[in-house]
Design a protein around this ligand. Structure first.
Ligand code: PLP
Length: 425
């Protein structure tokens, strides 16, 4: 597999290098030089999740890893299903929350852990990642107990749900969690600074596990195929997929799937009040505003780091950006959508409900709609209970962590302090 740096095209790397480095020179994202396509999509869709995903990932990775090795990695990473549920006439939910940390990031996090182990030369590795909630949990659980790997997770203090915090800040061992006095963008900026420090990068074997790492996106391509595989042939004809987005990794993966031949008529880029992308698609002006806190807090991102990949892909495929559906949904509207779904007999949390709301607003007659349910409703229990007046049950993984002690440290959004901490690990 060959990838190039979007900002400095002369930097070309292999899959192994892209997985190890995460980001390229000048903070440029790596992008596949070629996307394989499948001539017989229906045959591919007929296969089961594991064999189909192994084929997709093996086609992407090419001869760098043997097909059997990729199958083994997929088997380890994808130990839970991605079912679709019928919600209403022509509308389906894709449930991506059946992994150990109850959010879609388990797919990417676990495949990345497998990838990194597969390409590692045995040296010391420090994973540094910023999370607005779910990435942290997925990465922490995916790497917990892996030899020679330290994981450091930065998150905005007081800006993620108490339960989310419990899920990844209680592990200890090789998992180090730091609450930063600042917002998610401040955490992300610290990670970028660390990666710009060549000496530090070398010294501690720095690696990022957030959605800029290409292996995570590659894993996510697979569940779009899995979703379509569960639809009838007729429903596959006019499919619209609504993707609740923050850093836009999920939407990037969906567009990659389409470029590889998956029949998707249109995607909807769905955001909360942090609407940099919908405004950009409307006006052509990239004008990020300060991040605002919403009930869909894993999407509280105003400078989405995967957006350049979407621009690059649309340019290469000659897809006009105007072919993307778009919209932003405020907290009161997503709460209404949670209620509406509940009346339809489906329990959903605000992230998924944002996808649902835009889908019902934009779906045309004759189209089939699918919205991504990115997290288990219990992961956002406080918000969901508040909206529905309910007291929903915690699934086992959450209940277990909810009673454990927080092990996080605190730090100001100051790079010198963070660096000292990283070197001392
Ligand atoms: C991370 C996350 C999102 C946003 O996904 P991106 O790939 O960053 O756009 C949406 N919902 C939930 C629950 C998440 O954890």
């Amino acid at each position: 597999m060959k990838l190039y740096n979007i900002k400095e095209n002369d930097q070309q790397v292999s899959f192994a290098q892209a997985v190890r480095q995460g980001l390229g020179r000048n903070q440029g994202l790596f992008f596949p030089a070629q996307l394989p396509t499948f001539s017989d999509i229906d045959a591919l869709l007929d296969e089961d999740f594991i064999s189909r995903s192994s084929k997709i990932l093996s086609a992407l990775i090419g001869d760098e890893l043997a097909a059997e090795k990729v199958t083994e990695m997929v088997n380890q990473a994808f130990q839970f299903p991605a079912p679709i549920k019928a919600i209403n006439q022509g509308i389906y939910a894709l449930e991506l929350f059946h992994g150990p940390t109850l959010a879609f990031k388990d797919f990417g996090g676990r495949f990345m852990a497998q990838s990194l182990a597969a390409v590692s030369d045995g040296g010391k590795i420090t994973i540094l990642t910023a999370t607005s909630g779910d990435t942290g949990a997925a990465v922490a659980h995916a790497f917990y107990g892996m030899p020679n790997i330290n994981v450091v997770i930065l998150y905005p203090k007081g800006k993620i749900s108490p339960l989310q915090e419990k899920l990844f800040c209680t592990l200890g061992g090789n998992i180090h969690t730091i609450a930063i006095n600042g917002d998610f963008d401040a955490c992300q900026a610290l990670v970028k600074q660390a990666f710009d420090d060549a000496e530090l990068r070398q010294q501690i074997g720095l690696n990022s596990a957030n959605s800029i790492n290409i292996s995570r996106l590659m894993a996510q391509i697979c569940y779009y195929f899995e979703a379509v595989a569960q639809l009838s042939k007729a429903e596959r004809e006019n499919l619209v997929i609504s993707v609740p987005s923050g850093n836009f990794g999920n939407l990037t993966a969906g567009l990659f799937a389409k470029a590889m031949g998956l029949p998707v008529k249109r995607f909807i880029a769905a955001t909360n009040a942090n609407d940099t992308v919908p405004r950009y698609l409307e006006t052509g002006k990239w004008d990020p505003k300060p991040t605002v806190a919403t009930t869909a807090n894993a999407m509280d991102v105003s400078q989405p780091n995967n957006w350049p990949r979407i621009e690059e892909l649309c340019r290469l495929q000659s897809w006009g950006l105007d072919t993307l559906g778009k919209g932003s949904v405020l907290d009161n509207e997503s709460a209404q959508a949670v209620q509406e779904l509940n009346e339809l007999g489906y329990l959903c949390e605000p992230h998924g409900a944002i996808g649902y709301r835009l889908l019902t607003q934009q779906l045309q007659p004759g189209e089939t709609g699918l919205f991504l349910c990115t997290a288990h409703p219990a992961k956002f229990k406080e918000v969901v209970d508040d909206i529905l007046g309910s007291d929903i049950d915690l699934p086992a993984p959450l209940a277990k962590h909810a009673v454990m002690t927080l092990l996080s440290e605190q730090l100001d959004a100051d790079f010198a302090q963070l660096k000292a901490r990283l070197v001392a690990l």
